[in-house]
Design a protein around this ligand. Structure first.
Ligand SMILES: [Zn+2]
Length: 871
């Protein structure tokens, strides 16, 4: 056998042989060891001076351990065993780091691992784990300081605590520790105790220990990541769950989004975000189509959703994230980019045209924008979410895209859910409303019908046996006048008048309306109106009657077919059915079921739905003998007519109506005039809609005795709403609805006439001279209101002057004489000012008011002359 020197010399001269030998032998050995059974450690002492090859064996063994599906503790156990062996330590332990109630602590996971101890002995059962806070002992100090420690003599170290030694009756002499880190946070500590055969761990031991810590870290991190992933996915499950719970209590999508976004606010690291919900309706409202159909407005050419919808938001929620807890909803900012848009330095981007400067008074500006569509499970784009300015100032990256995408998916999913929910709710609200309707609705009995028609007395037979032609003769009231007043008639008589209108139009015969059905329908419409101050059956009737008069007396019928006229008059009677005496804004503010059901023209949509419900009942359906197409036309006309009474839409149609009137005025031939209108469905609809407005506001054109009374009823209903706003909503009503401003009514009436009514009646009398009586009536009433407004202003001026006089001014003694045209005006005046004045009646012909000590107002009835005196 060759001696050592010879071999060395040979290998030095033949490096090729050495290389081949190691490649063949050593590598094979190591690989076999790594992928075969575990490395056999027979004599730990022989590993004292561990060779590179032997160490490589360990490493492969540990890598194999890492790849296996073993539990983290099992793999870590092997690493600790090898550490104990390699650095000749008596024992090792692994402490896990966690936090409870805000206090970080460490707990024993693998305890007292020696180079050959059994795993089962070392793994600590959670019931008997040793736990201590991080401000205790050297292990605690390691976790706290996040630095490895090499303690030569624990007795001399201030951080050492013998608390565990006492429990286990062991004596710690020297110690190596190292934290296991996940990023900047510790997840555990490995501890090595008592060097065997020496009093301390050498620098070499420490280096070796640190090297093996890499394995331990990988193993622990892997387990930690898996754990965190589990936590995260559970967290999102919880979120989803709570969101789904949220559906149960939320009623509308806005609140739902609000809640969802509030929940996830901490995960979205941006300064501000907004969610815009797209209008899902593919069809536009009839009044929005008018301008396009008339060629006055270009059809929409902007971006569309893939399924062909226009980009129009019906609701935008904008959030400002403030600190950790607050989400403030702010006026909207929304950027629409489909499908996904991630923009850095928005202000410098040509494509970004929205808001380059500060977006609000705080000076906040948009830097980065991430915008993406919200898509529901049906793959429809239901909205757009836009995120602004990442909190750390960097642009949004792919991770942000992923997170926000997850959020928008969630939102999309929730819209679908709430769509369904919405539908469900709609049925519920619908039920609620129809129940209310039922309470108010009573259909006429045969006796009622008989009472109304009175056929028995006149013809000696039941209504159904009478000739329709004969029947309208029963009903004898002058209905064809614009100045018609319902005051002298009972509600019952108004039902008769309504029926008569249809006979007069000739539609009862033409469309085979059974008279008893017509009667029952009319009766039900009457009963559908509530007994409220103004928007009651009388108002409903007046609108139907005015429509009838506009068509016949106003000669507008020539543009319309009999069927259309039939529908228009019927819609007029129905147009305010089931009104509650409060306006649309009140419905929205008080969150009424109606406001939940309809997003715009709330009350009008309800009147329409109500009217359509009546058509569904065969005992009431006056359109029952129409063909399907005719019936559909009627339904459409009902929609146009009833929705048109929303004054909010009045301003939309004004100019279009005026243009039609201009055009007709310029046509010389009567025949041509008629065909210009009647051959164009859009023009007919616009005029029809304006006719409804003219009917709805017609009280303003009635003789002053009527108008002055009705105006007070309208005002009284407004004041009642104002009272509700004050008591129920705890809000200050607008002056028009505020009793405290009652005296300003004449002034407000003048404003209403000038800004709203004048146009309608002026244009209509220009359109058809036959409608001029309405405009005349309006003009007279304006004069009356102006006079009353002057009285009020004079009174205010008198008070003002008096104040000045008392302050030293020298006002005239007698202030003003006002001529008053009617006793009603006088009464009105008295009603409105008596609260402020001392009233003393001198004689039956004169009233004198004392306003303070110095002003005397005298009204002399015989002369209808009002004087304001100072005394
Ligand atoms: Zn009305």
């Amino acid at each position: 056998m060759a001696d050592k020197d010879t071999v060395e010399k040979f290998l030095d001269n033949n490096p090729q042989v050495a290389k081949e030998y190691y490649e063949k032998k050593v590598k094979a050995d190591v690989i076999t060891a790594a992928f075969g059974t575990e490395v056999q450690v027979k004599d730990p002492a022989s590993y004292k001076d561990v060779t590179t090859i032997q160490e490589a064996e360990f490493m492969f063994e540990l890598i194999k351990e890492l790849q296996g599906a073993n539990k983290m503790e099992k793999a870590l156990h092997k690493v600790l065993q090898r550490i104990a062996l390699l650095i000749q330590a008596d024992r090792c332990s692994y402490w896990g780091f966690r936090s409870r109630n805000g206090t970080p602590e460490l707990s024993s996971i693998l305890f007292d691992v020696t180079h050959n101890s059994a795993y089962d002995k070392n793994i600590v059962n959670p019931n008997v784990e040793i736990v201590f806070p991080t401000d205790m002992g050297l292990v605690g100090w390691t976790a706290h300081s996040k630095k490895p420690q090499n303690i030569i003599d624990v007795k001399k170290d201030s951080h050492f605590s013998d608390f565990v030694d006492k429990q286990t009756k062991y004596t710690t002499k020297c110690m190596l520790t190292s934290p296991v880190m996940s990023g900047k946070e510790p997840i555990g500590v490995i501890m090595v105790l008592n060097k065997q055969g020496a009093s301390e761990f050498s620098k070499g031991d420490q280096e070796l220990f640190n090297k093996y810590m890499n394995f331990a870290t990988v193993i622990c991190l892997q387990a930690h990541t898996a754990y965190m992933w589990d936590v995260e996915s559970r967290r999102s499950q919880v979120l989803l769950w709570s969101a789904s719970k949220v559906f149960e209590e939320l009623t509308d999508i806005e609140r739902q989004f609000h809640k969802a976004l509030y929940t996830v606010r901490t995960y979205i690291k941006c300064e501000r975000y907004s969610v815009g919900l797209l209008d899902m309706t593919k069809e536009k409202e009839f009044f929005d189509e008018w301008a396009i159909k008339l060629g006055e407005q270009e059809a929409y050419k902007g971006p569309k959703t893939p399924d062909g919808r226009e980009i129009s938001f019906y609701k935008i929620i904008d959030y400002l994230l403030e600190g950790k807890e607050e989400i403030k909803v702010i006026p909207f900012i929304c950027i629409l980019e489909l499908p996904i848009c991630n923009m850095m330095n928005a202000a410098g981007d040509d494509y970004f045209t929205f808001q380059k400067g500060p977006a609000d008074e705080t000076g906040w500006t948009i830097k980065n924008v991430l915008s993406l569509p919200i898509v529901n499970k049906k793959e429809e784009i239901v909205g757009v979410a836009t995120f602004f300015n990442r909190l750390d100032g960097y642009p949004f990256d792919e991770n942000d895209e992923q997170i926000t995408e997850a959020l928008t998916q969630f939102l999309g999913w929730s819209t679908l859910c709430s769509d369904t929910y919405d539908k469900l709710n709609r049925t519920e609200w619908g039920k609620e409303i129809s129940q209310e309707m039922l309470m108010y609705q009573t259909t006429a009995t045969l006796t009622d019908v008989q009472t109304i028609l009175n056929t028995q007395e006149k013809f000696g037979s039941a209504p159904e046996d009478c000739e329709p032609k004969e029947m309208y003769k029963l009903l004898n009231v002058e209905l064809l006048e614009f100045r018609f007043s319902d005051f002298p008639l009972s509600e019952f008589e108004l039902i008769k008048c309504g029926i008569r209108c249809f006979f007069e139009l000739g539609v009862v015969e033409k469309f085979k309306v059974p008279p008893e059905i017509l009667t029952r329908w009319m009766y039900t419409v009457c009963r559908g109106y509530r007994d409220i101050t103004y928007h009651n059956w009388r108002h409903g009737f007046n609108v139907g009657q005015t429509m009838f008069t506009l068509l016949l007396t106003g000669k507008l019928k020539k543009y319309y077919s009999d069927l259309e006229a039939f529908a228009m008059v019927a819609a007029g009677f129905c147009h305010d059915i089931d009104h509650r005496g409060t306006n649309n804004l009140y419905q929205t503010k008080s969150l009424s079921p109606l406001a939940k059901l309809h997003s715009s023209s709330v009350m009008e949509r309800h009147h329409l739905e109500y009217s359509k419900t009546l058509m569904e009942n065969e005992n009431l359906n006056i359109f029952q003998n129409l063909q399907k197409r005719q019936f559909e036309t009627v339904q459409h006309l009902f929609e146009v007519c009833i929705i048109a009474t929303d004054l909010a839409l009045y301003f939309k149609k004004r100019t279009m109506f005026q243009k039609i009137v201009d055009a007709v005025e310029g046509i010389p031939e009567e025949k041509e005039k008629i065909s210009y209108v009647s051959n164009n469905a859009t023009r007919k609809e616009i005029i029809m809609a304006m006719m409804m407005t003219a009917c709805d506001l017609s009280a303003i054109t009635k003789p002053w005795e009527v108008q002055s009374k009705v105006a007070l009823m309208v005002a009284a209903e407004f004041w009642e709403q104002g009272d509700l706003e004050r008591t129920v909503l705890d809000q200050q009503p607008i002056p028009m609805m505020d009793r405290a401003h009652a005296e300003e009514l004449p002034k407000m009436q003048c404003g209403f006439i000038d800004f709203v009514c004048s146009f309608v009646y002026k244009e209509f009398s220009r359109f058809h001279i036959e409608i001029n009586p309405m405009f005349e009536g309006l003009t007279i009433n304006r004069g009356e209101w102006r006079a009353l407004a002057d009285v009020y202003e004079a009174k205010m001026k008198a008070i003002e002057d008096e104040k000045k006089r008392l302050e030293g001014g020298d006002a005239e003694r007698e202030c003003k004489h006002l001529e008053i045209k009617s006793p009603l005006t006088c009464m009105y005046f008295i009603m409105n000012i008596y609260t402020d004045y001392n009233v003393r009646i001198f004689s039956s012909l004169s009233l004198t008011f004392y306003a303070s000590r110095n002003i005397r107002l005298q009204i002399q009835f015989e002369r209808l002359y009002l004087s304001i005196f100072r005394i």
